[in-house]
Structure formats: C-alpha cells, structure tokens
Design a protein around this ligand. Structure first.
Ligand code: AGP
Length: 623
C-alpha cells in the first residue's frame, strides 16, 4: 500500500511534500521519491530505504550523514507544484530506479501511483513496439507512457484516455512540465482524496498527508478523474461528464486520521481486508481459467516430481498454513505436512531434496520460522517464503518468495495479513494443481471465479454482520471462557478466532475439533459457556450439526457461523451469523471475519488496547 501526495499552490512545496510523506509512513514502504516542477523543468530525487535517505538525498538534513542509494544531495528548485511517493514494492525489486515518481520518455510527464495495473505486461509490449523506452521494472511506469501516448496539449484529456485503457486497482497523480498550475489524478478502487486549501490544493492517498494544512476535503469515487489547481478541483467521470461534489470538513485529530477515521488500527485493518485480498490475487488471476505465479521460481520438473510439502509457521500464520493444507491436498493431491515452526526446528525432521518447505510469516522476521526454513534448506529441501514484507529476512532464507500484498499491518493482532495469506494459499493450491494437471479445468475455472469474488464478499460480510457481532459481544463480554468448535477446514478458522480472542481480550479460550469434544472438553461446558461453532457448508456439515446439538443439549450458548442460505444451522444455534456462500474450501476466508470482529468488540467493550495488547510484540524475533 503505497503513499502518494501532490501539491499545487503558491508555497514552495518540497518540504510540504516530505512532511506529507512522513504522515503516510504508517502505510509502510521500502523506498520513496519526489518530483518538483519549476521553470518548465521536472527535477526528481528517489532513494531506497526510509525517508531519512530521501531527506539526505535532497540535502534537507545537510548536517546528517547520508547513507544508502541516491545519497548525493541535490538542490531542488523552489517549486510550487510537485509529487511525492512512498513505495510498497509489488512489481519490481526495491531499487532507486523502481522508486516513484516515474517519467515518460521525455521526462516531462511524471506520475506517482498506488495499487496495481493488472494489464501492465500487454500495455508495456504495445508501448515498446511503439518506440517507448522504460527505465524501471514497475507496472506503474506504464501510466506515464500511456499519458504521453494520448497527450495533445490537454493533460486532463490525456489522463482520461490513458485511464480508459488501464485495468486493475490503482490511484495515481500526474504532472506535466507544460502545466505548472495543474495536477490530474484518477482512482479505481484505491483511495484518493483532495485537500482544498487557501490558494493551494493537495491530492493524496490518505488525509494525514495534508491534515496539518487543511481540513477541507473532497472525496473521489471509483472511475473519477480530478483536475486540481491552486484554485480548487474539478471532477469528471470516465466519459468526461462533470461531477458535482460537496467539500466536507474533517474533524479528526492526526492520530485518528492515521487510522483512517477508525478508532483503532485493528478495526481499520479488518476493513482493509477486501483491498488486501484483491491486491494479493488480482494480477495472479489474469484470466478466468488459470493462475499466473510466474514470480515463483520452482522448475516444472521439481513441481511435477514433488513428493511432499511441509508448511512451517507460528501463530496466525500457522492457521493460514492449515487452510493451505486443505486447499493443496484437495486440489493438487500433494501430501502436506503442517508444523509449528518452534517444534519443527527441534524435532530432527525427515526432509530432503524432493520436498518443498513453505515458511509462512507476515513479518518475514519470526525467529522460529526462519530457523525452520534454514534447517530444511540445509537438508536440501527447496524453500519458499510466503511473506508480506519485501526485503525481509525470510526472503533471504528462501529459494523463492510468494508475496502477500496486505500493506503494513500496525495492529499486533494479525487480521488482513491472515486473509491475504489464506488467499495466497489458495493461489498456490490452484497453481500446483494446474502445474500437475491434478484437477479438472472446469473446477479450476469455478474456484478462480469464486476467488475473484472474495474481496467484495469480505466487504459484504463485514457490513452484514458487524452490528450483530457487536450485540453478541455485549452479551458475552464478561464470560470467563470461550470454546471454539469446528471440523475439517472449519477447524483452522476456529483456532484463529480463539487466538484473536485470547490475544486482545485476555479471555481464556479453547479451540477444538468438534468430533474430539466428547473425548474430554465437553466437560468444560455449562449454561454460561459461549461455544463459537464454525458451521459453514462443507462435505461434513452434518457431523458438525450433530456436534452442535450435543453442545446445546448441555445448555451451552451456541454462536454459529453459517453459509448464507443454509437454514439448518440456526436450528442448533442460539445466534447464527451468515457469511456469503462460496466454494467450501474457500469459505474460511469469509468465516474468519465475524470471529475477528467478535474478539475485537469484546476487547473494546472491556476497554482494552487492541492495537498493542499486553505481553505481545508484532514481530517475534527472539527464540
Ligand atoms: C497474531 O495475531 C500474532 N501477532 C502472532 O501470533 C503472529 O501471527 C506470529 O507471531 C507470527 O508472526 P509472523 O506471521 O510475522 O511470522
């Protein structure tokens, strides 16, 4: 999730842009850059690493030692129009060339972009055939050249024409050397907001970028193009039809703004799950019938002859791995062994050259997972890292990497990185099935269509259950214990729900395979025990229903997660929360959302700090 900011007005804007980027640091990044336009010339400085490197490269902190790439101080003109960007790499390595802003062939058009241009490969081919020269590996640079292709003196028209040819989800801002008082921006899915000041206008991916300068904002909807000048903003839709929109005043303080108006980072990140999953799957599902994981460096022979997969991880990542096991075994028919990394590394595992070991770690820095990956690699296994952080240690301890694209997660309790990991597991399961012809094409096509529907279905789930979950939380916030039950692919969802409740509400919980309950845990039940049952549609739902009836017979309070349209579950539950229907193997990515919200609201109602729970760190780098 990149950060973008643009300014046009009467004030020198170099420092305003840098200040804006600093306010977007919470979005996470690995490189940054600015472009300033003065006297018809565009000057650009980019730097890898944190903003201090960019500041040094610009000579902002002349007394500070400069370090890393792009470290030579460059005198920037006192420009009153410019662009700034913090990059969260998705396409192209973390290098100065790949950092934004990007220019066209003439370096007169510059753009900054947040998101992914899905059809970048074919557009790049067309542009190269037409004589365009590219300087980066990024999908984003395409946009500068597309605007160049359409430019005939009117920047808004050129952006509108370019926008019509792009596919994906992105927001970008463009600047042209011939238009020193104009920026043009557009959005498709990714956030973009305009800040209206006195004789100056900002455009940014989030309000914190300009909140210190103005509280008057203009929101942009999907497929809208805005032309901003010092005097204000003019919105048109993709057909060029003017759009009227009220300027609103933001009352948030800066901290709230960083949380996007949500009371906590955790709730913000729960609501960011549709975007996190969309970013993770979009360009890996380019068509309707196949998965493109060309970034995964495993030879077809290795994949064909693969004897076994071992998944190692900790905490929430372990639960995503459990779901991955079901998907890979169901679709690709490859045996999958799953282990907690801190156990795997000390049990003298039998692993070798015919094995693929997958280390799942959102931070990419969890000591036990890294050690387990290294152990497997030493024993000749091929090692894949599934991580959310470019350049993290896991990427160096692996032979190949599959990135999730959830953006930086500030809340200690993982939410959007879990659903992004689960989506990555589904991609991997389908890709392995496809690579080994292990699953009928029509089935593949069906599940690919389902996966593509998941981002909006997560949004629908949050909207449809949040109020009810809040009410359930209110009536259970003082319970001393929660039991979570599930079967088959519902069990990892239970484990994750129980972990969320433990780590942010500090209420003891247990998660159990429902079929196992009568072998002991049933003794824990009494009238006050809330039992959360994941009972979404699956081949063994009937078994799950009878386990729920057993629980209910002991007077426990059953809260069930069921698939929309299934009325059976409600008959054996006190409260039933329905999630949209999808393929049964994909259902967990939806079923977990009500459980995240339940833990969240119980903790909030008990006045707890959900973003920084006691005794917990976001990244566990100690053994
Ligand atoms: C989950 O909410 C916790 N923050 C924790 O269990 C976490 O999942 C675990 O520490 C693994 O972290 P990783 O994905 O960064 O390796």
């Amino acid at each position: 999730m990149c950060g973008i900011v643009g300014y046009v007005g009467g004030r020198p804007c170099r420092d305003l842009l840098i200040a804006g980027l600093e306010k977007l640091e919470y979005r996470g990044y690995d490189s940054a850059g600015i472009s300033l336009l003065a006297d018809g010339q565009v000057e650009t400085v980019r730097a890898v690493g944190n903003l201090a490197n960019l500041r040094a490269a610009i000579g902002l902190d002349a007394d500070q030692p400069v370090s890393g790439e792009g470290a030579v101080a460059v005198a920037m003109p006192p420009a009153t129009i410019g662009l700034g960007h913090t990059r969260w790499a998705t396409h192209g390595r973390v290098t100065e060339e790949n950092a934004h802003p990007h220019g066209d062939c003439t370096e007169r058009i510059h753009i900054v972009l947040n998101g992914i241009v899905e059809n970048h490969t074919e557009l790049r081919r067309e542009l190269v055939d037409a004589g365009h020269a590219f300087t980066s590996e990024t999908d984003a640079e395409i946009v500068a050249h597309m605007i160049e292709k359409h430019y005939e003196g009117d920047l808004t028209e050129a952006v509108r024409s370019a926008f019509a040819e792009l596919r994906g989800h992105y927001a970008f801002v463009a600047m042209h050397a011939e238009h020193p008082n104009t920026l043009v921006a557009a959005r498709q899915e990714c956030p973009l907001i305009v800040g209206i000041g006195q004789g100056e206008t900002f455009v940014a991916s989030a309000i914190p970028a300009f909140l210190a300068q103005t509280r008057n904002v203009l929101g942009l909807k999907n497929a809208e193009i805005v032309t901003v000048t010092p005097d204000g903003a003019r919105i048109v839709d993709v057909d060029g039809t003017p759009v009227d929109r009220e300027i609103e005043e933001v009352t948030w303080d800066e901290e709230a703004a960083e949380k996007g108006g949500y009371p906590t980072f955790m709730l913000k990140e729960i609501h960011e799950q549709p975007a996190a999953v969309a970013e993770t799957i979009t360009d890996r599902l380019p068509g309707s019938d196949h998965v493109d994981l060309s970034e995964v460096d495993l030879s077809p022979e290795f994949v064909r002859d693969l004897r076994r997969i071992v998944i190692v991880a900790c905490g929430t990542s372990y639960h995503a791995g459990l779901i991955g096991r079901y998907a890979i075994e169901q679709w690709a028919r490859i045996p999958v062994e799953m282990d907690i990394a801190s156990e795997y590394r000390y049990r003298e595992p039998v692993v070798g050259p015919d094995d693929l070991v997958i280390g799942i770690t959102q931070s990419g820095e969890t000591a036990d997972t890294l050690a387990a990956m290294r152990l497997a690699r030493e024993r000749g296994a091929r090692v894949m890292a599934v991580t959310n952080i470019m350049g993290s240690q896991a990427t160096r301890d692996a032979d190949t990497v599959l990135y999730t694209r959830a953006g930086l997660e500030m809340g200690v309790a993982a939410t959007k990185t879990f659903t992004a990991q689960t989506a990555a597991m589904y991609l991997l399961g389908l890709w392995l099935a496809q690579s080994r012809n292990a699953w009928p094409q029509e089935k593949m096509t069906e599940v690919i269509a389902e996966l593509k529907s998941i981002p909006s279905k997560i949004g629908t789930t949050i909207e449809s259950v949040e109020e009810r979950v809040r009410a359930i939380a209110r009536s259970h916030q003082d319970r001393p214990f929660f039991l979570y039950l599930g079967r088959n692919i519902g069990l990892p969802v239970c484990l994750e729900g129980a972990l969320k409740m433990k780590e942010i509400s500090y209420i003891p919980t247990d998660a159990y395979a429902a079929g196992e309950m009568k072998h002991g845990p049933i003794a824990l039940l009494d009238e006050s025990t809330p039992v959360v049952c994941v009972a979404t549609n699956s081949p063994i739902l009937d078994k799950m229903l009878s386990n729920m009836a057993e629980v209910r017979a002991r007077g426990a309070d059953v809260i069930a997660i069921a698939t929309e349209g299934n009325a059976q579950v409600a008959e054996v539950a006190d409260q039933t929360l329905h999630v949209p229907a999808t393929d049964w193997v994909v259902q967990p990515i939806l079923a977990v959302v009500p459980l995240q919200l339940l833990a969240y609201h119980v903790a909030r109602l008990n006045g707890l700090n959900v973003d920084q729970p006691r005794n917990l760190a976001k990244t566990v780098t100690v053994e």
